[in-house]
Design a protein. Structure first.
Ligand code: 6PG
Length: 253
């Protein structure tokens, strides 16, 4: 690993969301100062909702230069965008509508399409076009990728012992989850690991055992997909609450 790996243990989910909001503010402001408009990827699941709601409120709503942010998703379920399980639906409700983000800066993952392989290619093309880079070259460098971790140590929609874990060239691929709706679209590890910052949010006692395995056990990359998150030249920040950290041997960095 070239980049910086930090593990912060927070007293509560609320403290974790505040730390996450501060990281968003710092990374987005830094990116915009350094390079102008920036691009981030949101994730799904239940954990990020509290963070997105906080980011829509004061002071983050006005403090962060949201008009310079392009929004992407690290994965999406094969459901309509208005379906309650849609990661886009959650983010639109929790953050995007409140910030009144214009549609042209919201790059929804079209996972409801029948041909998911074509949808994955189109999303890769949209990423490349936004960054002004060739779509068949090295993955774009997102400024911030928000991730969660499942109790099976999956992240995004990169599940244990699935082919998507081993993708080396494509930035976005179809994947299959072990739970309905099984079909997904997901970032691949080449794209995730090009990010300037990857922010993991992990909350709850049900994540304690897998988190300890991911962070402190021997590498077992097919069984523990989250171990594959290893930014080549970027910051990896784990924000975990006390309950999720309860099985960790190491303290906070
Ligand atoms: C998704 C997420 C997924 C999520 C984990 C953790 O689309 O569901 O991308 O990877 O982050 O499953 O989910 P919770 O935060 O709900 O525990």
């Amino acid at each position: 690993m070239v980049g910086q790996r930090v593990i912060r243990i927070l007293d509560s989910p609320a403290a974790l969301y505040r730390a996450g909001a501060e990281e968003f503010a710092a990374r987005i402001a830094g990116a915009v100062d350094a390079r102008g408009p920036c691009a981030i990827a949101l994730s799904g699941g239940s954990t990020p909702r509290g963070l997105l709601e906080l980011l829509a409120e004061s002071p983050y709503g006005e403090r962060i230069p949201w008009s310079d942010v392009e929004f992407f998703w690290s994965d999406e379920w094969a459901v309509d965008p208005d379906h309650p399980a849609s990661n886009f639906h959650m983010a639109r409700e929790a953050l995007l509508e409140k910030l009144e983000v214009p549609a042209e800066r919201v790059h929804r993952m079209p996972a409801e399409r029948a041909d998911l392989d074509a949808a994955a290619c189109d999303y890769q093309r949209e990423l490349a076009r936004t960054f002004g880079v060739p779509e068949d070259g090295p993955p774009s460098r997102l400024d911030l990728v928000l991730l969660g971790m499942g109790a099976d140590a999956h992240t995004a929609s990169l599940f244990p012992r699935t082919p998507a874990l081993r993708e080396r060239l494509r930035w976005v691929v179809p994947s299959r989850a072990p739970m309905e709706p099984c079909d997904r679209l997901t970032f691949t590890f080449p794209l995730i690991n090009r990010a300037r910052c990857v922010l993991f949010l992990v909350v709850g006692a049900d994540k304690a055992a897998p988190l300890a395995e991911v962070l402190e056990s021997a590498r077992d990359l097919d069984r523990l997909p989250s171990q594959r998150v290893d930014p080549e030249d970027g910051r990896l920040l784990w924000l975990v609450d006390q309950a999720a950290a309860s099985r960790l041997r190491l303290g906070a960095a």
